[in-house]
Design a binder for this molecule. Structure first.
Ligand SMILES: Cc1cc2nc3c(=O)[nH]c(=O)nc-3n(C[C@H](O)[C@H](O)[C@H](O)COP(=O)(O)OP(=O)(O)OC[C@H]3O[C@@H](n4cnc5c(N)ncnc54)[C@H](O)[C@@H]3O)c2cc1C
Length: 499
């Protein structure tokens, strides 16, 4: 244990990760700490990362962020899930929504009743029993104290960082602009003591949070922590990103369209659409990927495609000595399920729970690393599943994904579902049973059996129950406003945010 009492916290990097860390620490622990954030205008931020998942709302509540204010400031729209196109077969479509399928019982999950209903000849989709999914499909949205709806946001990443900066500076964060050119370490312990900027300014600290993006200036370039590469399971290593004008009303979901060497995202904001093609550079060249993206997007390009490289995997220790890595510096699971911003939020929350007030303690760091690892691995498995559970053989990319060896943990889950329709949410696992069942069924995994508790309900009773359920959802959805109209009246951003 290093017995230096931790008082001075230095955050290196001012992208989404840096400003999220600054916002949470200043709000929750502000009076106990002296927090400095260093960011470099010359380097800038990566400028992508605009789709989120529902736990962001809990995080915002913790910080007492006003939803309408935040949405106006970031030109945000609502997100009820992700629409997947062409994943199992070309022409297929399904929505992985943030909602629940029907009502689970204590004995088994709702999808077992649905499987039974199909045996009885009742024609319906599992998604007919999910409110959020139906609202997404019909382009509807509403929120308020009397609406029970699970949702997240799409927002402008640059504006979000600015919003969090204003929030953090209002709570006493010191911001220093400049490029870090030297990292000074204690010659015996290897602990980091200070960061020296190009201007000569030296910023000393007790604990350093590395939010410097893929380069991992402290955690990797200085401490040489090491990285576990997952690209044999998640072969995409590049993205071409660009923005276009709106081509119609914003749908309340992200679109994810499979291509022959990856997939394309479409993220609708109030003033523009974020687009990108995520691809494997082993299977398509950068130029061909850019051309594919340009040919596929709706709307007029606002800028030209920009290529980004990444390596899917995790830092071997996200807390090493007196450095904790957050955001891209800590590892990266490609953006298919929009999990990175969530992992940053969980990471900074975990840090606040395990904060080394009495000095950097190896036991705290070990616990932090073990929890982070387990969470990353479970999230990774969920993302790999989308690629592996496919019937596509039309390109070498899809042949590879379909036939690759997957982690045993994921193999086990797919087997359980295929044989018995059994899906589960493990300890501290992000994705719920409904997520597993929506994606597995959406990608044509047809279970051979199901839980026979679903047979305990008499056929006529089950038929009536399901019909009532479907009707209640469709009537509620019919009464809801169109998503774009709701956004316009609830949180319309000022023109100045758009420019
Ligand atoms: C293609 C792609 C799409 C993504 N989409 C999503 C998504 O939809 N949803 C999601 O949740 N996540 C997504 N992510 C992941 C992640 O959320 C975003 O990329 C996020 O913006 C990364 O933020 P960051 O703060 O970790 O890194 P960065 O934005 O790279 O910020 C790094 C910061 O460190 C500073 N810095 C670096 N070096 C120095 C230095 N020497 N001196 C001073 N400052 C320095 C930079 O100036 C910058 O401020 C995506 C990632 C990629 C690659």
């Amino acid at each position: 244990m290093n017995s230096t009492v931790v008082k001075k916290v230095v955050i290196a990097g001012g992208g989404t990760a840096g400003w999220l860390a600054a916002a949470a620490l200043s709000h929750q622990l502000g009076p106990l700490l002296e927090i400095t954030l260093i960011e470099s205008d010359e380097i800038g931020t990566i400028g992508v990362g605009e789709a989120t998942i529902p736990p962001i709302r809990t995080f915002h509540k913790l910080l007492q962020i006003d939803e309408q204010e935040f949405m106006r400031a970031t030109a945000a729209t609502f997100k009820l899930g992700i629409g997947f196109e062409n994943w199992a077969r070309i022409g297929d479509q399904y929505i992985h929504s943030f909602g629940r399928n029907g009502k689970p019982t204590w004995m088994c999950e709702f999808h077992n009743f649905w499987l039974r209903s199909r045996e009885l000849g009742i024609e319906s989709e599992l998604g007919d029993y999910c409110f959020e999914l139906q609202a997404a499909k019909h382009g509807k949205f509403a929120t308020g104290p009397n609406v029970d709806i699970n949702y997240a946001y799409h927002f402008d990443a640059g504006q979000y960082a600015k919003f969090l900066r204003r929030f953090s500076e209002g709570r006493g964060i010191r911001r220093v602009e400049g490029k870090i050119k030297e990292v000074r370490q204690n010659p015996e312990s290897g602990f980091i003591e200070s960061l020296v900027l190009q201007s000569g300014t030296e910023v000393a600290g007790d604990l350093f949070i590395d939010c410097t993006g893929f380069r991992g200036l402290l955690i990797e370039q200085t401490l040489h922590t090491g990285y576990e590469d997952w690209s044999h399971w998640l072969p995409c290593d590049s993205a071409a990103a660009m923005q276009t004008t709106l081509a119609g009303p914003a749908p309340p979901f992200t679109r994810s369209i499979a291509h022959d060497a990856g997939w394309r995202w479409c993220i609708p904001l109030q003033h523009r659409v974020g687009n990108g093609l995520v691809y494997s550079s082993q299977h398509i060249s950068d130029d061909a990927a850019k051309a594919q993206l340009l040919a596929a997007v709706d709307g007029t390009p606002v800028n030209q495609p920009r290529v980004l490289r990444f390596q899917t995997g995790r830092r071997l220790k996200v807390w090493n000595k007196n450095v904790v890595a957050l955001g891209l510096a800590s590892g990266f699971i490609e953006p298919l399920e929009s999990t990175s911003i969530h992992l940053m939020m969980i990471g900074v929350t975990r840090l606040m729970h395990l904060f080394p007030f009495n000095g950097v303690d190896e036991a705290l760091a070990e616990e932090f690393n073990a929890q982070s690892r387990s969470e990353m691995e479970k999230t990774r498995d969920f993302v790999i599943m989308h690629y592996h559970v496919t019937e596509r053989e039309d390109s070498t990319f899809w042949q590879h994904c379909r036939h690759m060896k997957i982690p045993d943990s994921l193999e086990h889950r797919i087997q359980l579902f295929r044989e018995n329709a059994y899906a589960f949410q493990g300890d501290s696992e992000l994705f719920r049973v409904d997520s597993w069942s929506q994606v597995l069924l959406g990608q044509r995994v047809s279970p051979k059996g199901y839980h026979h508790f679903a047979r305990a309900m008499e056929a006529g009773e089950l038929t009536r129950y399901l019909a009532d359920f479907r009707q209640a959802i469709s009537q509620t959805v019919a009464r809801m406003p169109v998503h774009q109209d709701f956004v316009n009246q609830y949180c319309k951003a000022a023109q100045s945010v758009w420019n």
